[in-house]
Design a protein around this ligand. Sequence first.
Ligand SMILES: [Cu+2]
Length: 133
Amino acid sequence: MKFLIAALLMLFVSGNGIVIKDQWVRPGAEKMSTALYFTIENEGDETDTLYSIDSDASNMIQMHETYSKDDLMGMREIGQIVINPGEKVTLEPGGMHIMVMKLKKDLKIKDKVAFNLHFRKAGDIKITAEVKE
Ligand SMILES: [Cu+2]
């Protein structure tokens, strides 16, 4: 049974050459923000674009990048993430991340959170991220 579930999960994370792996989300408190991270690999032969994300955990999810200017670190919204064929894009602390704002409930270590990633070509890719630090 476990193998069957693993096989089904694999189907959900791969669509049209886009593979999502190593997903995890930081803990967060209700009404506050947290961040989701993962790696996107484009194993197909067309450029694809991640343009939005939704989840039952939040109605306000944005893609962010981290920047530094005059010794100050900040983050700002990017409208989309483009992945060229053969490219791998890693979202990680201190870099790009998915900002999950106004959480509807607390996210605690080991909780599982479902997200639906919307790609222009690959369509919807559903992932489940575990809460970790
Ligand atoms: Cu952010």
